[in-house]
Design a protein around this ligand. Structure first.
Ligand SMILES: [Zn+2]
Ligand SMILES: [Zn+2]
Length: 286
């Protein structure tokens, strides 16, 4: 198999093992390249980001693994970076970590009265609390704010890859809180995709919701991928692995669907550059 994956956590953040264990697993799977992307440090009390104090060790450890496994697999050093206006964003960490690439994700929308940011992809109870306290239970306003933050990131502090574009949908199991086919939601997606297409950024197809049994479709949903295809937005296939067994979870099934949608290529980081490679049934053809 020649799959690639650039969205991968490890023990520097909330992943299970050392980066080396994931890389060894990727070699086993025949992967030509692999990207490690821990959660970048954040100035809040949270259990999942990397601790600021571990920054240098992260850089050194990935550097050493690049050398150790050269000839077997290309290893890239990335970070999944939160976009929070005036607090965090891809450009805040690029140089400090001498990164090969960044994944920009919005996990937080605005703030509670005590100054703590509202996490939208965590526990549903926390989601409901923020929805009430910050948006007076106006789900449409909250979702519009989420997508407006993604557009702001794309315009003002663009990453290489947009992380799990529509992850906020996990809060609306079976469409209980909102319907992703409602006119206003489609309009929001359409505006966001136009902004991404203008900026020429890559959107990841992220399978984590599927193997965590939170969603039947990847982030973003297949109907959004159809709209992306019409706009020629490049994609890469990522698993957002927190455990080594998750590295290519659901890739075969999702690849098949991507081809049906009309995606013939994946954009991958290979030999030091982002390149469009032909999508085959079990990876890319190099
Ligand atoms: Zn994330
Ligand atoms: Zn992640």
């Amino acid at each position: 198999m020649t799959y690639t994956n650039y969205h991968s956590h490890c023990y520097f953040c909330d992943g299970k093992d050392s980066p080396e264990v994931y890389i060894q697993q990727a070699i086993q799977l025949g992967m030509p390249t692999y990207g490690v992307s821990s959660h970048a440090p954040l100035p809040y009390k949270l259990p999942w980001p990397m601790k600021e104090i571990d920054s240098e060790r992260y850089v050194a450890e990935i550097e050493q693994l690049k050398k150790k496994y050269a000839g077997q697999i290309e290893v890239y050093r990335g970070l999944e970076v939160d976009f929070i206006p005036k607090v965090a964003g891809p450009s805040w960490v690029e140089d400090k970590f001498s990164l090969d690439y960044t994944i920009g994700s919005v996990h937080f929308v605005d703030f509670f009265a005590d100054g703590h940011p509202w996490e939208i992809d965590g526990r549903h109870q926390v989601f409901l609390k923020g929805l009430q306290e910050i948006f007076a239970n106006d789900i449409e306003a909250a979702i519009q704010r989420y997508y407006s933050l993604i557009r702001q990131m794309v315009r003002d502090d663009p990453p290489n890859i947009i992380g799990h574009l529509d992850k906020i949908k996990i809060q609306s199991e079976e469409g209980k809180l909102f319907d992703e086919h409602a006119e206003w939601y489609r309009e929001e997606i359409s505006k966001t995709l136009d902004t991404i297409a203008d900026a020429g950024l890559i959107v990841e197809v992220n399978t984590r919701g599927m193997y965590k049994q939170l969603t039947n479709e990847p982030y973003p949903s297949y109907w959004i991928l159809e709209r992306m295809r019409e706009r020629n937005i490049p994609i890469t296939l990522n698993s957002d692995a927190h455990h080594p067994r998750e590295i290519i979870s659901h890739f075969v099934e999702v690849t098949e669907r991507l081809k049906t949608i009309g995606y013939e290529q994946l954009r991958i980081l290979y030999q030091g550059a982002w390149q469009d490679m032909q999508l085959t049934k079990d990876g890319v053809s190099l």
